[in-house]
Write a protein of this length. Sequence first.
Lengths: 73, 181
Amino acid sequence: MNAHDEERIKKLLKDSLPPIGDAEPPRDLWPQMLRRLDARTVSVPWFDWALAGGLAVFTLALPASIPVLLYYL
Amino acid sequence: MRDETRTVLEEFRSGHPETFPDAFETLFRMYQRTVYGWLLRIVRNPSAAEDLTVETFWRIYRSHARFDPARGFEAWARTIATHAAIDWLRVQKAETELLVDVAAAPTSDPAISEEVRRKTAAAFSRLPPKLRVAAVLAVVEELPHKEVATALGISVTAVKVRVFRALRLLRTDLQQQGITP
């Protein structure tokens, strides 16, 4: 593609897609942002899952420990 | 930079629970217009630009600790917005999102038919998102290559390469449809 072709395709593109320039949102987007912030999922850290897994394995291996654990809860 | 703005940026970056929420809201209100306008230029779909503005600020909210005050908030926000827009373009079906009225071009060349314009817009929507973004900002919006490079996080040379590749692919697509630009 030579420089002449490049200029022609640029012109065609600009003619087909008019520039938008500076545009403003039709409304204040803060309420949408607040909804997004409120809807965020509470993520459980990986070490909490690891602790729960370890506890499950421990109670399965030593069922007799369950009353002791319940006593301390 | 005014002292008030500097304080807000510092409170935002620190993430301190007492000051962070207010600092984030202040920054949102200061920059939502800029971010929306930038996104609309890229995606050319007002509804998507609104959603992406919220998505951009959500990403900003989560990565406040990585903000570098020396770089400036607006440039950082534009970079995040550009990547959010590219992610959005990747999952869109081609030819569905160019909602900005083609006939609204104030400088339309009467020698170019409406059909050719429509086919060109459709061919453009089929380009890979990274090439589309570079071309729409540099060619259609006529922004300086340096500004486009900063927003994309690439060099000026890489922007020129992307624009060239976009134009070449566009020409090939149009030629396959029997249109010789």
